[in-house]
Design a binder for this molecule. Structure first.
Ligand code: GDP
Length: 371
């Protein structure tokens, strides 16, 4: 499964957010297959209004959201790349994730100590990013050494390939050295593929999460210059930006669904920053959702963008790919307007799709397969 790592300086609100993510998901859906693999790994349901709409139309007995994994990677401090403290261990945790949520303190609170004495998002992000960059540079240097020695015997790589890889690595190295993340290096998509195995930290997609006071959720531009500066940085880097209030999320976890809705309306917002964060992370990972919906159950399933119908069927059960016959498909909108699969069929809106069909976001599918 794809994972999103939560990073940031100490005391910026990472754990508060992570706990709200995990506890909130437990409170929301009693029948959701929640499991904690490690204390710092949480499986979180992806909020989706469509799921509930479909479930209601189908009068389903159960409703199951799809999920995404978050990892709380605490302990990243200046000097981590030199192996100070447990630094290297944290960096290796980041190497294993597919995307990064970088939590940045944008709230003022004299009761909460800031490791560097004041709130300053750009300085703070630089501390973390410097560590990531230094780690990437060391990683590239090690790779260079290995390429120089060359492979032995049968495994010896093609000389042309080695030269090509060296060139790509040089470009990335000089990019990172200038304080620019590897993902912004002036390279082709295929070049990035060549060095994917190195797990470079600054190549991973990033969401900057500005942790602000509750009141700042409404009018960020007017009242919080820190969040504004961070948003600008995200825009410059083609990174994503989300405004959250860890403290408010912590409080929301205690409320029931209705109370929560009321509370949010009081703030004039439709969904919490955390819900937005989950969705943005899901999207950034290139994930898409299709549905199955019937009396027994309505359920959302995660696929990677571009998957064909047999591949998508395999997400439910691997046997479904082998035995795939066809996918009886209705778009979400058609399902909702007609109200059911049979009604959609009468109107000619049910499509019988074959092996080549690329599943679209929101498709409601009934798979036909041989067992
Ligand atoms: P971490 O070290 O990044 O995991 O930070 P924590 O989540 O442990 O939070 C550090 C301290 O900051 C705790 O005392 C939190 O209650 C407090 N805190 C976290 N988020 C907020 C916030 O949005 N506003 C305020 N005022 N305090 C917060």
């Amino acid at each position: 499964a794809l994972k999103t790592g939560i990073v940031g300086l100490p005391n910026v609100g990472k754990s508060t957010l992570f706990n709200a993510l995990v506890e909130g998901s437990q409170a929301q859906a009693a029948n959701f297959p929640f499991c904690t693999i490690e204390p710092n790994v949480g499986t979180v349901p992806v909020p989706d209004q469509r799921l509930h709409q479909l479930s209601e139309l189908s009068k389903s007995k159960s409703t199951v959201a799809t999920t995404i994994e978050f990892v709380d990677i605490a302990g990243l401090v200046a000097g981590a790349s030199k192996g100070e403290g447990l630094g290297n261990k944290f960096l290796s945790h980041i190497r294993e994730v597919d995307a990064i949520v970088h939590v940045v303190r944008c709230f003022e609170d004299t009761n909460v100590v800031h490791v560097d004495g004041s709130v300053d998002p750009l300085r703070d992000t630089e501390v973390i990013e410097t560590e990531l960059a230094l780690s990437d540079m060391a990683q590239i240097e090690r790779r260079f050494e290995r390429l120089k020695k060359g492979g032995k015997g049968k495994k010896a790589p093609d000389a042309g390939d080695v030269e090509a890889e060296k060139k790509i690595l040089e470009t990335i190295y000089s990019t990172v050295e200038q304080g620019i993340p590897a993902r912004k290096a002036d390279l082709e998509e295929t070049d990035f593929e060549v060095v994917k195995g190195l797990g470079l930290l600054t190549m991973k997609p990033v969401i900057y999460a500005a942790n602000v006071a509750e009141d700042d959720l409404m009018d960020e531009a007017a009242s919080n210059p820190h969040a504004k500066a961070l948003r600008k940085k995200a825009e410059d880097e083609n990174a994503r930006f989300v405004l959250v209030s860890a403290k408010m999320e912590e409080e929301l976890v205690e409320l029931s669904g209705d109370e929560r809705q009321e509370f949010l309306e009081g703030f004039g917002i439709k969904q919490t920053g955390l819900q937005t964060l989950i969705k943005v992370a899901y999207d950034m990972l290139g994930l898409r959702t299709y549905f199955t919906s019937g009396e027994k159950e309505t359920r959302a399933w995660t696929i990677v963008s571009g998957m064909t119908a047999p591949e998508a069927a395999g997400v439910i059960h691997t046997d479904f790919t082998k035995g795939f016959i066809r996918a009886e498909t209705i778009s979400y909108d058609d399902f909702v307007t007609t109200g059911s699969q049979s009604a959609a069929k009468e109107k000619g809106l049910l499509r019988s799709e074959g092996k080549e069909y690329v599943v679209q976001e929101g498709d409601v599918i009934l798979f036909r397969f041989n067992v």
